[in-house]
Design a protein around this ligand. Sequence first.
Ligand code: ZN
Length: 203
Amino acid sequence: MMTEEEVLKIFADTGALLEGHFELRSKLHSNRYFQCANVLRYPRIAGRLCDELVAKMKSACDIGKVDGVISPAVGGILVGHEVARALDVKCVFAEKVQGEGVDATGKPVTKLAMRRFALQPGERYVVAEDVVTKGGRVQETVDLVRAAGAEVAAIVLLVDRSMGAVKFGDVPMFSLVQIQPVTWEPAECPLCAAGGKPVHPGS
Ligand SMILES: [Zn+2]
């Protein structure tokens, strides 16, 4: 099995994990920038990482019968696809639709819904996602599966940014790596204090 170091090297080599001095979209500064899509753009590598993830899950527990893999769009779809290939089951995804009302910043609220796939009562799904920070979209996906009368067998993630803090009840959860996000307010950024200028990642 791959070590965390080997996985992190793959992220670094593919540009998914950059080290430096960055201004994030939140305006916070960080010494690391993480963009999972950069590793998933290489299908063979995405397949290898998901094979590892499935092997890790299977070695840890018997998840029983699995009928499919479900992911929250868009980020989770490629992970779900490769996990489904490794398990040799179908792959479906939940999509973002407009919810009711607006959030604190005035933006319309979005929620996840099953738009083009129907989940059947009694089916068992593995929920797959690329990155979890707070776990909101994964929880919504779990809720959709249960609302259809289906079951969640396990949750698999490439990256857990919560460092194990996010849990989904007693559903077994597996990640390939945990990466701690380190961010600072611009005024408190040690890299700025050292005279550096931040760059915008991805541009
Ligand atoms: Zn800075």
